[in-house]
Design a protein around this ligand. Structure first.
Ligand SMILES: [Zn+2]
Ligand SMILES: [Zn+2]
Length: 58
């Protein structure tokens, strides 16, 4: 799993908001909005990456 936006190199938190295309190009929310949810590499649609649903038992 990538942890940086491919456009602006911003660090992306694993549990934070990120967008990916079907080729797993990864972008931050800000860049995704600027690109109208279209991946500039493959012209694929960017969708919100699902959050990890890890259950934490403390
Ligand atoms: Zn970005
Ligand atoms: Zn892509």
């Amino acid at each position: 799993m990538k942890t940086q936006c491919e456009k602006c190199d911003m660090e992306l938190q694993q549990d934070g908001v990120a967008y990916i295309c079907s080729y797993e190009c990864t972008y931050c929310e800000e860049c995704t909005k600027q690109m109208d949810n279209v991946c500039p590499n493959c012209s694929g649609e960017l969708v919100r990456r699902p959050k990890r649903t890890k259950k934490e038992n403390e």
